[in-house]
Write a protein that binds this ligand. Structure first.
Ligand code: A3P
Length: 934
């Protein structure tokens, strides 16, 4: 017996506690070697039997018999070669019609697959009273903001929508509590050593917090430079051995950490990397969570008295009986897929159920182009039968599962006779599947510039469906290449609603295709857009040879890789596949059956499926914060620009925004800017008087096309500047985020005056507009209104006071935009020296050629403000509503407001200094100094 085989048997014996029923190939590991050896042995045995028989039969051989045997052999060989030629050559339809797919099922016979009904109800919830006292948020300590593992952890948290804060270890601790509530439910250290060697003061503080709030710690042992053998973890009764090369990982079925992850199977094969740390505990507080076998000779501490290697603990749980803090320690990062699952379970356990992911996973598999495909790549009757039987097997795993078939009726019966027969067979089984409309002719909707044509084509597909008895009421549709869904082509939404009553669709493009973990949903015009997942199969990947990286890559994707993780991390998975993936090598059937089996083997997830409309409702019940879309710039994504109407241009978007706040002189600035021959403002909105107010209100839901409709297409975009002024943008909660998503390069201009004066000007503005509250209450009454005052009064008070908290609002803008994109104008200077101000604005905006405002602006005595020069005697001033005459603010109100804004004004001074402003505006100094005196 060859020695390598003997060694493998020995390792198998080490793992006698683990089930050996599942043997996914993690790499070309020992299972492959063993199989090769077995084949070799079988082959040798077969040859020797044949030889023996031949020698025996030679005794009866005559020349005649010999010749006839030879003739038979030659005939057989010729026939065999002809048959092989026809079967293997794709030119001949016989080849794929009769050939069984070449992918044998993935070897997976884990116990979960043989159990008639998996008992999923008993997974621990870990819930406790702690939920009242700690927020479901992770505090992640990283070595640097660039460290790899830290990024991997953060990405995993984002993918699972777990809130977190990153902090660089070594600095002082962030604030851990808010009133009597813990701000973090679990503390994660990317590098366990940094936790162990933290300075005493911080460590004591952290330990105290963990004990008081029942918060646990996760630590990853770092890759060590040197080989450590039996080295003690500082301060703990546990030892480590580093730089290990391991294989065959299994989980401790008795561990109470496991919730999402299912124990009982073994991940056969080499574990990634050769720098694993293993733990050797010396206290009952520790319990192994994962173990593995060595891949190389072991040093003495890890060999038992009998000379056999022990199981090596690669992840351990600290029950907290040693020092009152529970922990989970990892001997390697997230390179091994199982650790990603274990980390999620550790977070649930250590947060006492505060951070918890549901165990239901919905799976919908769309076959986008059921009738679309080249001749020779389409479904034949055996493929349809295979589809039906695969669906049955999937239904046994995924409750409520049906393949969801998308049709473009125009291409029905466009295949060979046999392929057409395949489609006829599909039609016989209409009721076995779910159906949704694609486009009649598979044309991308953004290519329709004429609404009527789009609607007509949609109707053709509907007529086709009605004729064929295909259900038309799914409320779901997907556009070819998802075109028109995002970026939005409004005609598509309109026609979908009208012709198909579409309520839900899906795309992988929102906000971008990559990274897939950031794909999200949104609702536009009452149509729910769900994120769609990619399974790695496309129209061109219909044979295993065409799969990038071949079968090994596909299997890697399934066995713990991206596809598997997509199912684990996304509660609702809508997968896109194509008809060609179900014919030919039937890669889709292989992929989904395998990945769902793998999910059953390794997780306690409940696999479910339901109708798309219900999926949409569930999705937005789970993630209501995603309902509002965030419009991005289609030109910032090369894929988006390809599915955007050729009639649209990103040049129709503003280069800069005048963001307000109201009553600071924004109209004056707007009119001065508009005087410049190279600067164009937006066209006026009929609904909102002169301002578009896109980013802050309901207008945002009207979409990008609506917004762009306000801007002229610049004749020369390099020398012409577009801008928009909406003074309410300044303090709009959502505005900076939305504006940045669409206009990340835009410049921002804001004007500040004394916030007290601004409040008073707003009040006067409301009175002038006949606002009853402003007319019925004095300014003092408005600004001193209490929480028990009537609602309209409180509203007016808020609108008077809140925009004046300048520093708060500016900080919000600065979380999205860099300070170099922001220009702050002193409103008093704009009023008294507009020429100087306009010169600096032009400089900031880099506008060429500069416009000579000195020859275009003149102080108008009658108006009391600078106005545009028309000729020597005539000026054009702003209307009566700007620069109104009204009594001065009473002293009592002024003092009160100066006090009210004290902390905000102080913060503003700091902010201005941080932004490099040499001169603090006079009004700000005055407001602050007046407060000091009183
Ligand atoms: P008042 O009307 O209270 O004096 P906005 O355009 O942002 O609503 O701001 C209006 C304010 O702009 C006016 O408030 C006025 O003081 C100020 N302003 C500054 N320069 C001006 C100008 N050249 N013409 C008119 N108003 C000007």
């Amino acid at each position: 017996m060859p020695s390598d085989y003997a060694a493998d048997d020995g390792h198998e014996a080490l793992l006698e506690t683990c089930s050996d029923s599942t043997r996914p190939h993690l790499a070309s590991g020992w299972v492959g070697a063993k199989n090769r050896w077995r084949k070799r042995q079988d082959g040798q045995r077969w040859l020797s039997v044949c030889w023996h028989r031949l020698v025996q039969s030679c005794r009866f051989l005559t020349t005649r018999r010999f010749l006839s045997v030879l003739l038979v052999l030659i005939t057989m060989s010729i026939t065999y070669n002809i048959v092989i030629f026809y079967f293997e050559n794709p030119v001949f339809p016989i080849s794929s019609a009769w050939k069984e797919p070449r992918l044998l099922p993935l070897q997976m016979t884990c116990s979960a697959l043989t159990e008639t009904r998996r008992n999923l109800s008993k997974q621990p919830e870990h819930r406790s009273m702690a939920k009242l006292r700690i927020d479901a948020k992770v505090l992640l300590f990283v070595e640097t903001i660039y460290s790899r593992l830290g990024r991997d952890i953060a990405e995993l948290l984002v993918h699972n929508r777990i809130k977190y804060k990153v902090d660089v270890v070594g600095k002082s601790l962030p604030v851990l509590t808010n009133l009597d509530k813990g701000k973090f439910a679990v503390i994660v250290f990317e590098n366990l050593t940094k936790y162990l060697t933290m300075d005493n003061w911080n460590r004591e503080l952290l330990d105290k917090y963990c004990r008081e709030y029942g918060v646990g710690v996760v630590g990853f042992h770092p890759v060590s430079e040197e080989v450590l053998i039996g080295s003690q973890l500082k301060g703990f009764p546990i030892f480590v051995h580093t730089k290990m090369n391991l294989k065959n990982a299994a989980l401790n079925p008795a561990s109470n950490v496991l919730r999402l992850t299912r124990a009982g199977e073994t991940a056969w094969g080499n574990l990634p990397g050769n720098d694993w740390t293993v733990f050797a505990p010396n206290h009952s507080t520790y319990e192994p969570l994962e173990w593995a076998s060595p891949n190389s000779e072991l040093p003495s501490p890890f060999v038992s008295d009998h000379g056999a290697a022990r199981l090596l603990y690669t992840v351990v749980q600290d029950h907290g009986t040693y020092d009152g803090i529970q922990r989970v320690l990892f001997g390697s990062g997230l390179g091994f897929w199982l650790h990603r699952l274990l980390l999620l379970d550790a977070l649930t356990h250590l947060s006492q159920g505060q951070i918890s992911l549901g165990l239901n996973r919905y799976v919908l598999i769309d076959i986008d182009d059921i009738f679309v495909g080249e001749k020779g790549t389409r479904l034949k009757p055996p493929d349809v039968e295979a589809l039906l039987s695969s669906q049955k097997r999937l239904q046994a795993m995924v409750s409520g599962f049906k393949f969801n078939l998308g049709f473009s009726g125009m291409y029905f019966h466009h295949g060979t006779d046999e392929e057409n027969a395949g489609e006829d067979l599909l039609m016989e089984h209409i009721d076995d599947f779910s159906w949704f409309s694609h486009m009649w002719n598979h044309k991308q909707p953004h290519l329709y510039d004429n609404y009527t044509h789009l609607e007509m084509d949609m109707k053709l597909n509907k007529n086709f469906a009605t004729e064929k008895n295909i259900p038309t009421d799914s409320g779901y549709s997907v556009a070819p290449h998802h075109a028109g869904v995002y970026p939005v082509h409004e005609y598509l939404y309109e026609a979908w609603k009208k012709v198909w009553n579409v309520k839900v669709t899906s795309t992988e493009e929102y906000p971008h295709l990559r990274p897939a973990r950031l794909r999200r949903g949104f609702i536009h015009r009452n149509i729910m857009v769900l994120p769609r997942q990619t399974c790695g199969l496309f129209t061109h990947t219909y044979l295993i040879e065409k799969y990038p990286g071949g079968r090994e890559k596909l299997d890697e994707n399934i066995q713990g890789g991206e596809l598997f993780q997509s199912i684990v991390f996304n509660p609702i998975n809508i997968f896109m596949t194509h008809m060609s993936n179900y014919g030919n090598d039937r890669l889709a059937l292989y992929t989904f059956e395998s990945v769902l089996k793998f999910t059953q083997c390794w997780t306690n997830l409940r696999l479910l499926s339901t109708l798309p409309v219900e999926l949409g409702e569930k999705y937005f019940q789970m993630f209501p914060e995603e309902e509002d879309p965030i419009w991005g710039n289609p030109c910032d994504d090369s894929r988006h620009i390809k599915t955007w109407s050729h009639n649209k241009t990103c040049q129709q978007l503003p280069n800069f925004l005048v963001i307000g706040p109201q009553k600071t002189g924004t109209t004056a600035l707007y009119s001065f800017l508009s005087m410049h021959p190279n600067i164009n403002s937006n066209l006026n909105s009929i609904d909102t008087f002169e301002e578009i107010q896109f980013f802050n209100g309901k207008n945002y839901y009207r979409g990008l096309d609506w917004y762009m409709g306000f801007f002229p297409v610049p004749i020369n975009s390099s020398s012409q500047y577009l801008f928009e002024k909406s003074a309410t943008y300044f303090d709009g909660e959502q505005v900076p985020k939305r504006a940045h998503a669409l206009l990340p390069q835009a410049k921002l201009v804001t004007i500040l005056i004394s916030p007290a004066k601004r409040a008073y000007s707003w009040y006067q503005h409301m009175r002038a507009h006949g606002d009853q509250v402003a007319l019925n209450y004095s300014f003092y009454e408005v600004i001193t209104a209490s929480e028990s005052s009537n609602r309209p009064l409180r509203d007016l008070r808020n609108r008077c006071l809140l925009p004046g908290k300048y520093s708060q609002h500016l900080e919000r803008w600065l979380t999205y935009y860099s300070s170099s994109q922001l220009f702050i104008i002193d409103g008093e200077e704009l009023r008294t020296a507009p020429v100087d101000v306009m010169n600096s604005v032009q400089k900031f905006l880099k506008i060429t050629p500069p416009f000579d405002y000195a020859t275009h602006l003149r102080f108008d005595k009658k108006k009391g403000f600078y106005c545009q020069i028309i000729n020597e005697d005539k000026t054009k001033c702003l209307g009566r509503s700007k620069g109104r005459k009204y009594p001065q603010m009473d002293e009592r109100s002024l003092k009160l407001l100066q006090r009210y804004y004290l902390s905000h004004n102080t913060a503003l001074v700091k902010l201005l200094k941080r932004l490099g402003h040499q001169n603090i505006p006079g009004w700000l100094k005055m407001d602050l100094s007046d407060t000091m005196v009183t």
